[in-house]
Design a protein around this ligand. Structure first.
Ligand code: OAD
Length: 255
């Protein structure tokens, strides 16, 4: 492992531009459940019932109930040493580092704020491909707002509605069958193409189009470093695979 870590560090040291592509695994040690792991969300719930536009049309109360629960779980979690190491790395290389995440938990953002100690954290803010648990969006007019502090999920009539058009609000996350926000995806793909190294952390790389991000680095001639305790479809393409947990490995890799 020491040699592999050194190999990955020297790739990063030689790279002018670096992209990070992260998934649920980077937040696992913060206590956020993954989707497909042993205690993963999709082992206990069916995505079709909770994370599709059809599910929201069918039973918005049930969908809100699940997201209120997820918000409460994630609100109790703090960034771990992996998020913090990544944020420090990005802050030290403004304009040359892109943080691209599939996560909706806000922990990269919080890590950026913590790591700056008061200076501007923006250069370590992530591109959030799948949206954010902590924003709401109108299901009618699309207006975005900060997430409400509390949502009364006791009945359909108590669910929150848009102040402008009156349609139901929904969490501002991307559901199965929905398209990603084009501008965010385009920025992510451009950053991945421009990066000599893409560090892929804690993702099964099974969900597209997000999983094209590291492919863009590879196609442009760059290298992938994977940090994951388990094999993924991307492992064979990676220049270096670090088998282990993000919070243990990233501080050493990115110091
Ligand atoms: P998954 O649950 O599919 O994969 C989590 C990955 O993290 C697995 O490859 C694990 O081996 C790895 N992992 C677990 N613990 C780790 C740790 N401590 N350190 C590093 N890696 C660890 O989650 P994602 O790949 O993020 O989409 O899932 C992608 C998308 O599928 C999500 O954004 C979500 C989901 O359905 C939407 O909701 C649209």
């Amino acid at each position: 492992m020491k040699d592999l870590l050194e190999e990955a560090r020297s790739l990063l040291g030689a790279a002018r531009r670096v992209a990070f592509f992260t998934g649920a695994g980077i937040s696992a040690e913060s206590g956020v459940p993954t989707f497909r792991g042993e205690d993963g969300l999709w082992r206990s719930w069916r995505a079709e019932d909770l994370a599709t536009p059809q599910a929201f049309r069918r039973d918005p109360r049930l969908v809100w109930e699940w997201y209120v629960w997820r918000r409460s779980v994630v609100s109790a979690c703090r960034p771990n040493e992996g998020h913090l190491a990544l944020a420090r790395f990005a802050l030290a290389r403004p304009g040359r580092t892109a943080v691209i995440t599939q996560n909706v938990d806000g922990l990269h953002r919080e890590a950026a704020v913590r790591a700056t100690g008061g200076a501007d954290p923006a250069s370590a803010y992530p591109l959030e491909l799948h949206g954010s648990l902590f924003r709401d969006r109108c299901s009618g007019c699309g207006a975005r707002t900060e997430a409400l502090d509390s949502v009364d999920v006791s009945s359909l009539s108590t669910l929150p509605r848009c102040g402008r058009c009156g349609a139901l609000l929904r969490p501002d996350v991307v559901w199965f069958g929905e398209t990603l926000e084009a501008v965010v995806l385009a920025r992510a793909m451009a950053a991945a193409r421009a990066a000599e190294v893409c560090v892929v952390v804690g993702t099964s790389t099974l969900v597209y189009p997000a999983a094209y991000v590291p492919c863009a680095t590879l196609e442009a001639g760059g290298a992938v470093v994977e940090v994951n305790p388990e094999e993924t479809p991307l492992s064979d393409e990676a220049a270096v695979v670090l088998r282990g947990r993000a919070a243990s490995l990233l501080p050493g890799l990115l110091a």
